[in-house]
Design a protein around this ligand. Sequence first.
Ligand SMILES: N[C@@H](CCC(=O)N[C@@H](CS)C(=O)NCC(=O)O)C(=O)O
Length: 222
Amino acid sequence: MVTLYGSLRSRTLRPLWLLREMDAPFEWVPVVQAYRIGDPSAASAPVNTASAAFRALNPMAQVPAMTDGELTLTESMAITLYLARKFGGPLTPQTEVEEALTLQWAFFGDSTIEQPALDILIVNHRGTVDTEQGRATIDAARKALQQPFARLDAHLQSRPWLLGDRFTVADILLVECVRFAMYDTVAFAEFAALRRWLEACRARPVFTQLWAERTAEPDRYA
Ligand SMILES: N[C@@H](CCC(=O)N[C@@H](CS)C(=O)NCC(=O)O)C(=O)O
């Protein structure tokens, strides 16, 4: 049985979204990021990334983590790709070409989009957009995202989803990097096809349900 450890306010959303789209069986073990907790070592604290039992599972002390029998996996993209292959179906790459393109978009997201997009998310989350430091961070992130967003927009002008006519794990992995930047409309201003794809991914019923649950999850714990 697959067991997924994590929180909704984290990259755990990637494998969780896929599992729910596939209607696959799994166990869910909530693990909160330690930085969200006042005293993560208190007896009353929820299980968190600093808890000894969780660190034994992932010495990086990060979520998500996943176990399946003897296998323990960390890294949200590796977990999500493993689950796609394990459960199969239309969200999974069907050919070597689709497999290669899925890896391409996953590496593209991880190496070029995730960090600047995360910078935008953090500045917005902290409410520091209008500070000098916040503006500098946003400006640098927009510059870093310009070329990858242009590349992605050009690709999406002639197809609804990354692999063509159907939504797949590739869309989940990449949109879950792009989404971090959605608070900054300027970064998306020139890219209508990219905006259309982002909205189409976010409009999927599984995602809207997940987003409601994620929003209800506490941001901070005592
Ligand atoms: N590259 C890793 C990054 C994992 C990561 O940074 N997880 C964050 C939440 S999204 C975390 O658990 N942080 C724990 C902490 O800082 O206490 C992945 O994709 O799984």
